[in-house]
Design a protein around this ligand. Structure first.
Ligand code: NZQ
Ligand code: ZN
Length: 387
């Protein structure tokens, strides 16, 4: 196991009706002038936004609102939010929604305390400070409620890029699984796919002797596979609750510490969602199996372990490659069973756009990922495998 630092200070308020404690929690964490940030309207329709505002009013907290975050959130609204924060002396951002809203809130939080262009942080500039961000989560997926990441698409060039720093971890996150019951099946399935991908980006590693995080990862995946059908078909509360917490542990790095992680499937997906505006989870369902098939020979035994422990395949000691491939097939079957695409055509992506996808990534002579360091040529071949 490698040396590591792990700082995960988020306070979680989990369970039914916890959103009514928003005001109390904002006060506890020092917010006095709050920007409530939300998406395209689901929180208005469900009445959640009104409940949150009422909860802030009870505590005499001043607030202003900024809605309109779109999935695959854009830079335009971030610039608007930064200006609002500076003009109105906002000291706390409350994101009410999913990963897109939370990521937009994190970008605003950094930009509000910075004189330059917030986009600098998505191009590698070291992040030093940000306004405190808290979340009220409405979709189990990206894990941004506990993560130190934010992903934004800049409208100038449609570049989808990530920024990461400890200061971006939310100070608190309210997680009421009931809020996720109103999601369409497709969005629940996209979320399930994303959280599984977050575990797998860490699972396929070159670091040896990482038994605790291997077993945690396998446990998270097994629980998701078990709970997904009940969450999808009958919106069973406990299934939604387990899926919601799985999304958090899948990405706050509990299962990733002390080991090298990869993230090339994520970067390849980000190019797809930037070009076609597809849901991040759906893009991952297409890219992950292709990446697996391309790199499995690098460590067949790790893929065979994944097949046996997560997908219940029988180990073929004479031919571990066969077992490894079976695991990938079972993963693809599971994706199909929850309604996810696994090929370019099902996603609406086109083979003729592959050169554009590769070029926009801008890898040049650099490499992508760490399990196998991929060149531009490798990336092109993986996209081709996904067609
Ligand atoms: O905008 P509204 O009207 O709220 O509708 C949203 C949106 O259309 C809807 N929705 C959310 N909660 C709902 C609901 N509809 C009905 N009932 C509810 N309870 O769902 C749609 C998708 O929401 P979005 O926030 O985009 O989903 P998700 O949480 O999957 O976030 C995706 C974004 O997160 C990024 C992705 O790249 C993508 O941009 N990621 C962020 C990460 C991070 N910060 O750590 C890591 C991830 O790997 C990921 O890259
Ligand atoms: Zn993701």
């Amino acid at each position: 196991m490698n040396n590591f630092n792990f700082f995960s200070p988020t306070y979680f308020a989990f369970g039914k009706e916890r959103e009514n404690e928003a005001g109390k929690l904002v006060k506890r964490f020092g917010g006095t002038r709050v920007l409530i940030h939300y998406g395209g309207g689901s929180v208005i329709k469900s009445g959640l936004l009104d409940r949150v505002k009422a909860s802030l009013s009870v505590e005499n907290i001043t607030f202003t609102e900024l809605g309109g975050v779109v999935p695959n959130p854009r830079s335009g609204l971030v610039y608007k939010g930064i200006e609002r924060c500076k003009n109105e002396k906002i000291d706390f951002i409350l994101a009410v929604g999913g990963g897109s809203v939370i990521d937009s809130a994190k970008a605003i939080a950094m930009g509000a305390l910075y004189e330059g262009d917030f986009w600098d942080f998505y191009q590698g500039r070291q992040i030093e400070k940000a306004l405190p961000v808290a979340t009220i989560l409405t979709i189990s997926a990206a894990g941004s409620e506990g993560s130190m990441g934010s992903v934004i698409t800049h409208e100038n060039g449609m570049l989808k890029r990530a920024a990461n720093n400890e200061v971006l971890r939310p100070v608190f996150s309210i997680m009421n699984p009931e809020l996720t019951a109103s999601l369409p099946d497709y969005q629940i399935a996209c979320g399930i796919t994303d959280m599984m991908a977050h575990v797998m980006e860490r699972y396929f590693t070159n670091t040896k002797n990482v038994e605790i995080s291997d077993r945690l990862s396998e446990g998270i995946l097994l629980a998701i596979i078990n709970e997904a059908p009940k969450a999808l078909t009958i919106r069973d509360y406990d299934a939604l609750a387990n899926i919601m917490w799985a999304g958090m542990v899948a990405h706050n790095d509990t299962s990733g510490i002390g080991r090298q992680d990869d993230w090339s499937s994520h970067q390849m997906e980000h190019e797809l969602s930037a070009l076609y505006d597809v849901a991040h989870g759906a893009g991952l369902a297409v890219m992950f199996p292709a990446w697996m098939k391309y790199v499995m020979h690098h460590d067949v035994m790790r893929f065979a372990q994944f097949a046996v422990r997560v997908w219940g395949c029988e180990m073929d000691f004479q031919n571990p490659e066969k077992t490894a491939l079976q695991g990938i097939q079972r993963y693809e079957q599971f994706m199909t069973s929850i309604g996810m695409p696994i090929r370019f055509s099902q996603l609406g992506a086109k083979a003729e756009d592959i050169p554009t996808l590769v070029k926009t990534m801008g890898l040049g002579k650099n490499t992508l990922g760490s399990f196998v360091k991929l060149t531009e040529e490798d990336v092109r071949k993986i996209y081709e495998l996904a067609v």
